[in-house]
Ligand binder design. Structure first.
Ligand code: SAM
Ligand code: TMP
Ligand code: ZN
Length: 408
């Protein structure tokens, strides 16, 4: 019997294709001694039989994930800082050229993108519910509203600031199950020729690369051009542009405008055709993905168990939210991975969610290189491997598990 749930976008039925079982909150790093109070939920994904949106089967209450102790810092990657600066430069010369333009960013985090807007003197507002990171953005001179964006927030902003030329969200829209309220808010706040631009992990890349660790509590939706087009249509909006971008393991940047306001680019039709050819919306494709995920799980545990038997030391690199799915689904315990090295202060000296692997500062990694580093932050592989050349020079090797388990 198949497991189903109600679609968060339309009236359709979501049919489950993969179940990761009981999982903790991916960004809830545990203070040693507090292991007992952890929250768990069933992590599983399915596809809607009507609008084709891939989504989680169970929703985690937003206040449990986004709060004053939310640890993720966007500015932790130099590559991502450049990525957002380039986007800001582009928006400044295309969409934000009118008189007194206004940009609103949902989930501005520590201000990685809006900093360039503040420096350019463009009227800006970040809407960010996680107090810890919102304060960091404010300290950079950015106007921040500590709030969840939703319909009421949007109406309030429109009242005080007027219409927005650009509403932007990176790695945030896919975090929000209450899409109806968000898109109503977008249509309320957007000026007549404004655009809603958002970028999120792309289902096409997730399936092609078997990057199953993109699935965790905070990632509720897994977009495609087709599902976003459907979602836009239902809310008086239109998908007018798409761009594949090489960040976080493969994302798409979608541009929506008010229905009829802009002519869709050829890129939209091209990506829709690519998705149809790959049969991305077909259940059988996603069942194959689930089979590939199980192989990665078996191969990774077999490799780590073999290395332990040989007396090799393995350390994790990057205590990513993604790594919660890997460690808890595969059963990676502290006797297989000694600790995880991470630059984020709020994660250090805590334990990884669920499996309780200690998280330590990068200087502990450098002080005594292990034989192998398991790269949980594989989406930052080029940046990290360049910075850690000394580890390789000392004979260290990287273990990767996307698109398959291999040592490099
Ligand atoms: N934009 C940054 C980036 O790409 O690195 C941050 C992405 S972070 C993974 C997601 C952010 O979305 C968090 O800082 C979280 O607090 C914020 N968020 C979650 N729900 C939100 C909502 N309803 N409105 C605005 N921000 C939200
Ligand atoms: P992300 O994949 O969600 O961006 O998370 C990356 C994590 O890896 C974050 O906790 C910071 C950490 N990190 C390092 O420890 N060293 C690095 O060089 C980079 C780029 C990230
Ligand atoms: Zn649906």
């Amino acid at each position: 019997m198949s497991v189903t749930s109600q679609c968060r976008i339309c009236d359709g039925t979501v049919k489950e294709f993969i179940d990761f079982g009981r999982q903790p909150l991916s960004d809830a790093f545990v203070v040693p001694g507090d292991e007992k109070g952890e929250f768990f939920f069933r992590l599983a994904t399915g596809i809607c039989d009507s609008c084709t949106m891939v989504q989680l089967m169970e929703e985690v209450p937003r206040d449990l994930m986004f709060h004053d102790a939310y640890p993720y810092l966007s500015s932790g990657s130099a590559f991502m800082r450049t990525h957002f600066n380039e986007l800001a430069k582009r928006l400044l010369t295309t969409e934000l050229t009118g008189e007194d333009p206004f940009i609103v960013e949902l989930g501005c985090n520590d201000g990685i993108m809006l900093k360039a807007m503040a420096e350019a003197g463009v009227r800006q507002l970040g809407v960010e519910p996680s107090g810890s990171v919102a304060d960091l953005a404010a300290a950079k001179g950015i106007r921040v509203r500590k709030d969840f964006f939703e319909e009421a927030t949007a109406a309030d902003i429109r009242e005080t600031d007027g219409p927005a030329d650009v509403i932007y969200a990176a790695n945030t829209l896919c975090h929000i199950p209450y899409m109806d309220s968000i898109l109503k808010g977008v249509t309320t706040l957007l000026g007549p020729n404004g655009v809603f631009v958002f970028e999120d992990p792309y289902l096409g890349d997730i399936v092609e690369r078997t990057s199953f660790d993109q699935i965790y509590d905070e990632h509720f939706f897994f977009f495609t051009a087709r599902s976003v087009q459907e979602m836009a249509k239902r809310n008086g909006l239109e998908l007018v542009d798409v761009e594949r971008i090489p960040v976080h393991g493969g994302e798409v940047r979608y541009t929506l405008a008010l229905a009829g306001a802009r002519q869709p680019t050829e890129a939209v039709a091209e990506l829709l055709a690519w998705e149809a050819e790959r049969k991305l919306a077909e259940y059988a494709t996603l069942e194959r993905f689930a089979t590939n995920v199980k192989k990665i799980k078996d191969d990774l545990i077999a490799l780590l168990t073999k290395l332990r038997a040989e007396g090799k030391r393995v350390v994790g690199y990057g205590a990513t939210a993604k790594s919660a799915t890997v460690t808890n689904f595969c059963g990676i315990t502290p006797d297989l991975v000694e600790f995880i090295s991470d630059t984020t202060p709020a994660k250090q000296n805590r334990l990884s969610p669920g499996q309780h692997i200690p998280v330590r500062e990068p200087k502990e990694f450098a002080a005594d290189y292990p034989d192998y580093a398991l790269l949980f932050a594989w989406n930052h592989a080029d940046e990290i491997m360049n910075a850690e050349q000394a580890f390789r020079d000392a004979g260290g090797q990287w273990i990767l598990y996307v698109p398959n388990v291999h040592v490099s």
